[in-house]
Design a protein around this ligand. Structure first.
Ligand SMILES: [Zn+2]
Length: 613
């Protein structure tokens, strides 16, 4: 992509217009002329990428529709009640509404009232940027105005997690400003910050530090002040207000976390999993805004440590906690918990840090991990239900694993779920002065400009259920640039690329981008075949015979056959039913059906098998 386009994208408002064809004005003018630390790639704006018919679009559309329909009085009720304003509407219940029953950990009803409000606003603002739906924008504006009238420090008196909830409000308001062009959002954020200031700790607190402070009940020791900097840095970039920059720096968890991580020390064990992955995005922003190499190293090393203790699905953190490397705890967890991976929150945090690291390093392999997480976890999340019943944990237990809904209504995962599905598109493509980088293979369309000429690339694919990805190019006039395709680290030797019907004899390096540089014009077609070998992956080095069956990035689960015994050879000989999303595997007794996570409904399923040979 040329400099002109780059500038246009960075400037924001013009980007959507340049991206063209019905795209909304996705980005308000950025207040700070940001001089970001160097990055290899740049993110596209939400408006440039459109998902086409497929599982990701279905999930995004379902969440968009669900949150667009949520009752606004109910959403605003916990804030209005604390402000002493009339608070009509039905209480949402669960974690979201005030309740005298709250008694952690025995009764979590009334845990963190209003906690997901900012996330629902954020998800709707992003959905507006993607779709241009005016009703979505209008709802964002109404919610921001409604919220602005309720702001009072009284809200946070005796509130167990002030940092946690304020961080989400910050995110919602800066997204309402940036993606839904809401002029009321940044002034509301100023007031919201004033209200929470007396309740913020002096610096980021570890959980041990929180336990050492006086606390009325244990929920007060679960706040996540160390995730604040990411949205403070973004608030600074979007507003130009130095107050946010100072707060971002103040809440970096350097001594206990980023410092040791930057030195290559694995300090993850026993830490709360999702929030500490989320904190790595704060370290990434510290690199982007402050140019801090230490924080970049912390983010890269931290994520590497996470990948080293992930399940085959890409999920991590059984019982929401990181494990001790070399302890075999991941394997043991298959017998002691059904809470294997906090799915919507974990995948949201994972996707954010992968986008930062992809953008900063230009390395393709971060997205290898991300597609695993998407296909094997959140894309199989059960849809959120009326009343806020939400999918929370993926269950990899050896004993009667099944998809379930979380017992409390409106948990954290109801907030991150619509955010992560809104981010599918921007996780799929990046750009640089050389051209466009395709990180995920998803039915989708990306619009961009090359030397002032409008281009789009449309992906058509059923990947990963099939190996073929077709990319159709359209452009106003021929231009020379690069289309770079991620070659997964696990890609087999039959991976190949055909351009306009002609097989290209170019070296294809797994674990890198395949950069196709030529003059591209309307009607050009790239047919990319990704060879997806069957392979087995052990749960951890201490359990080498406890394996999951994988095809490319896809983990396959045995369905309704909890006690079947397989050999390695039987698993590896799995046969896909022609044109279908099921596989058949011979076992010691009868053939067993295997499916990918998104294709499992309520059946008993099993991820790991103790192979006999
Ligand atoms: Zn969650």
């Amino acid at each position: 992509m040329d400099d002109l386009t780059r500038r246009t994208f960075l400037k924001g408002t013009a980007a959507a217009a340049a991206a063209g064809v019905g795209a909304p004005n996705a980005l308000a003018q950025t207040a700070v002329n940001n001089h970001e630390a160097p990055t290899k790639l740049s993110p596209f704006p939400y408006s440039a990428i459109e998902l086409l018919e497929g599982q990701m679009k279905e999930q995004f559309d379902a969440n968009h529709e669900f949150f667009l329909a949520l009752d606004e009085d109910s959403l605003l009720q916990p804030f209005r009640q604390k402000a002493g304003l009339p608070a009509p509407g039905e209480p949402m219940g669960g974690w979201y509404s005030w309740s005298d029953e709250f008694d952690p950990p025995n009764n979590m009803t009334g845990y963190i009232p209003g906690h997901t409000f900012g996330q629902y606003v954020s998800a709707l603002a992003r959905a507006y940027a993607i779709t241009g739906n005016k009703a979505t924008q209008a709802k964002v504006h109404r919610l921001v105005r409604g919220f602005a009238q309720t702001i009072t420090p009284k809200f946070y008196a005796d509130y167990p997690l002030p940092c946690y909830t304020f961080d989400k409000i910050n995110c919602g308001l800066i997204d309402a400003h940036q993606f839904a062009n809401d002029p009321a959002a940044l002034p509301a954020l100023e007031h919201a910050l004033d209200a929470v200031m007396p309740y913020l700790p002096p610096h980021a607190q570890t959980r041990a530090e929180q336990r050492a402070r006086p606390h009325p009940n244990m929920a007060f020791t679960w706040d996540e002040s160390y995730t604040l900097p990411e949205n403070f840095f973004l608030a600074y970039k979007r507003s130009g207000n130095k107050r946010y920059l100072e707060l971002a720096q103040r809440f970096l968890l350097d001594k206990a976390y980023f410092g040791p991580l930057a030195e290559g020390q694995n300090v993850l064990p026993h830490k709360h999993a999702y929030s500490h992955v989320n904190a790595l995005s704060s370290a990434s922003q510290a690199y982007l805004v402050l140019g801090s190499q230490k924080h970049l190293r912390a983010a890269e090393n931290g994520m590497q440590f996470v990948l080293e203790q992930s399940f085959a699905t890409g999920g991590w953190g059984p019982n929401e906690s990181f494990v001790e490397p070399g302890s075999g705890t991941l394997g043991k967890s298959l017998d002691f918990t059904h809470a294997s991976f906090e799915t919507p929150c974990g995948s949201y945090g994972h996707a954010k840090i992968v986008r930062y690291l992809t953008r900063i390093t230009g390395q393709s392999t971060w997205a290898d991990g991300l597609e695993r997480v998407f296909y094997n976890t959140v894309m199989g999340a059960k849809p959120i239900q009326e009343g806020g019943f939400s999918f929370y944990y993926s269950d990899y237990s050896n004993h009667n694993a099944q998809k379930t809904y979380y017992q409390e209504q409106w948990p954290c995962c109801s907030g991150t779920f619509p955010q992560v599905t809104a981010d599918y598109g921007i996780s799929s493509y990046f750009y640089s002065p050389q051209g466009v980088y395709v990180t995920l293979f998803v039915p989708s369309r990306v619009r961009f400009q090359q030397k002032g000429t409008r281009f789009r690339i449309e992906q058509r694919t059923s990947y990963p259920y099939t190996n073929e990805v077709a990319l159709h190019v359209w452009g106003e006039s021929p231009q020379t640039f690069t289309i770079a395709l991620r070659v997964p680290q696990w890609a087999g030797k039959n991976t190949q690329v055909v351009i306009n019907g002609k097989r290209r004899q170019i070296p294809i390096q797994p674990g890198q981008f395949l950069e196709l540089r030529r003059e591209w014009k309307s009607g050009d077609v790239i047919e990319y075949t990704i060879d997806q070998p069957m392979h087995l992956e052990a749960v951890d080095p201490q359990h080498p015979d406890t394996v999951a069956l994988m095809r490319g990035p896809l983990t396959l689960f045995a369905i309704n056959a909890p006690d079947s015994k397989f050999t390695r050879a039987q698993l590896l000989a799995a046969q896909q039913a022609s044109g279908r999303r099921t596989w058949k595997v011979d076992s010691a007794t009868a053939p067993v059906t295997f499916r990918a996570f998104p294709d499992i409904r309520d059946q008993w399923n099993r991820l790991y098998h103790n192979v006999t040979a």
